[in-house]
Design a protein around this ligand. Sequence first.
Ligand code: SF4
Length: 134
Amino acid sequence: MRIYATASLWTVKKLMQKTKIEWCDYTWNPVVGCRRGCSYCYAKRLNDRFGMIPDFSVPTFFPERLNDKFPKKPSKIFVGSMTDICFWKREWMDEVLKVIRKQPQHTFMFLTKDGSIFLFVRRKHEKSLDKKTV
Ligand code: SF4
């Protein structure tokens, strides 16, 4: 008997990255790249070394990362250690928030140098958490 598999059966679900950052357990990077150009940028140095994207100054969305396998244990997950969310397209954030809403056991953390965007994301996420806890 022959067994055929569709492409989706072969899709390997990636487990997100365990991290040594002390204030979180995992990093999750559905977007890589940032236009700010800080001279001390660790993410850019990593990208230059490992070549995740050809030009770090062009933020790039990886929709396949939305299917990453989340840990079972409640965890603190840093979203976007290789980017600044203030340069994300609105639709990228919408897709990421859709995934986050399905994971109420975890705490998702965003870091940006743009304070106004931080408040927007936090409020949206808290709203989804409130719905789950009421
Ligand atoms: S804002 Fe963050 S990700 Fe962007 S260049 Fe500066 S240090 Fe790097």
